[in-house]
Design a protein around this ligand. Structure first.
Ligand SMILES: C[S@@+](CC[C@H](N)C(=O)[O-])C[C@H]1O[C@@H](n2cnc3c(N)ncnc32)[C@H](O)[C@@H]1O
Length: 293
């Protein structure tokens, strides 16, 4: 689209309109133009609408448009995505952070904020770092330590780059490579363990095609019933939580009953499942069994 404009002066207003006409989505067109124009904030982009784009910026927009039109999710094309109050760099090595996961983080923040003066938190399977880094950013700097872990070295590289973008709160974050609880220091008991693990059943007919085509399989699938990783985390967390500590899990909309049963069998108390914004049961919460010390 913009190729023919390389040698002409073109403003961001024109590029936004042309991009919107081309892809049929004005909001996505604006996001693509914002990133191509290197606007740090949306209001900066609006202030620049009548300024000319440089050739380099138009080339960047062209490259993003080619990816977008090939079906790549807009979040990967942009290379960044907002999660609660933070901006995360993302690419195909990590899951795209979802709105329902923002609610999981909210519950984890609520539970952790009630603990003090210090709070030790683990976000297992951190991907981009979304949950753990939002927690580090929103909880008091004083006394908060957040471990973020992943079994994927690629994902942990992305999360590490996002720690760097977190500012002073990043000093409260520790990153570790490894499978679920094995990644954590053996001699620590945690106040809050939170995870958005893979929970899609292999061969699930419900998985959106774009998700299966573009997002990492290791972030999605968890055995024949989608519960393999949840079983491991529920079973292994009991001995890693301090007495009264919380386990908070994002789960699939049809997993509420089996996850309640798994938590009850492992001895968790005060078990509840909260809905997401669509009213679907997506956030499982339990308190560590009282035998944990
Ligand atoms: C559904 S994604 C969630 C990513 C991120 N927490 C979020 O909410 O956007 C699941 C993550 O768990 C990681 N994972 C898969 N198996 C794991 C394991 N055995 N131990 C630790 N992390 C694992 C994947 O690499 C992926 O980053």
């Amino acid at each position: 689209m913009a190729d023919e404009l390389h040698n002409q002066t073109v403003t961001w207003r024109e590029l936004w309109n042309e991009t919107a006409d081309l892809i049929g989505d004005r909001a996505h067109a604006r996001w693509l133009c914002e990133v191509a124009s290197s606007s740090a904030r949306p209001d900066e982009f609006l202030a620049e609408l009548d300024q000319a784009a440089t050739v380099r910026m138009v080339s960047h927009l062209d490259a993003m448009l080619a990816r977008y039109r090939a079906g790549e999710p807009v979040q990967y094309v942009l290379g960044q995505w907002s999660f609660r109050h933070i901006e995360l760099a993302i690419d195909r090595r990590v899951l795209i952070p979802r709105p329902e996961t923002e609610l999981v983080a909210e519950v984890a923040i609520e539970k952790a904020a009630a603990i003090g003066p210090t709070r030790l938190i683990a976000d297992l399977g951190t991907g981009s770092g979304a949950i753990g880094l939002a927690m580090a950013y929103e909880l008091p700097r004083e006394g908060t330590t957040v471990w973020i872990t992943d079994v994927s070295a690629d994902a942990l590289d992305v999360a590490r780059s996002n720690i760097a973008g977190l500012g002073p709160a990043g000093r409260n974050v520790r990153a570790a490579l490894g499978s679920w609880l094995d990644a954590l220091p053996a001699d620590e008991l945690f106040d809050v363990i939170v995870a958005n693990p893979p929970y899609v059943a292999v061969d699930s007919p419900d998985l959106e095609k774009a998700v299966g085509d573009w997002e990492p399989a290791g972030a999605l699938f968890a055995g024949p019933d989608g519960l393999d990783d949840i079983r491991t985390i529920v079973g292994e967390s009991t001995s890693r939580l301090r007495k009264g500590g919380w386990l908070i899990l994002e789960i699939g909309a049809d997993q509420s009953e089996p996850v309640r049963e798994l938590m009850a069998a492992a001895g968790y108390v005060d078990i509840e499942v909260r809905p997401d914004l669509a009213g679907l049961d997506r956030i499982a919460i339990g308190r560590a069994p009282s035998s944990t010390t």
